[in-house]
Design a protein. Sequence first.
Length: 92
Amino acid sequence: MLHLDSSPELRNGKKVVTVELEDGATFGRLLMGLESNFGSALSKELYDPVKQRTAELVLAMINGTLSQNLDGTDTVLQHGDNIIFVPLATGG
């Protein structure tokens, strides 16, 4: 069981969304599964399937550490992990 915290669209009005994944699942597997769980429009905002990583303007934190400071999409997730997607703002 993983806890996701992100934009209101992902949470669908909930404070935290809980996702079930198989044992040994990676962060990459979670990203690839976003479309089936939350729809293609939202998954494309969070995940770049061509580069197989989070989208350009999104940071992902796993238990308080940026995913790229861990093993990126190869990070093995554990029961109870907290994952936060943080959209970046741009412009002037």
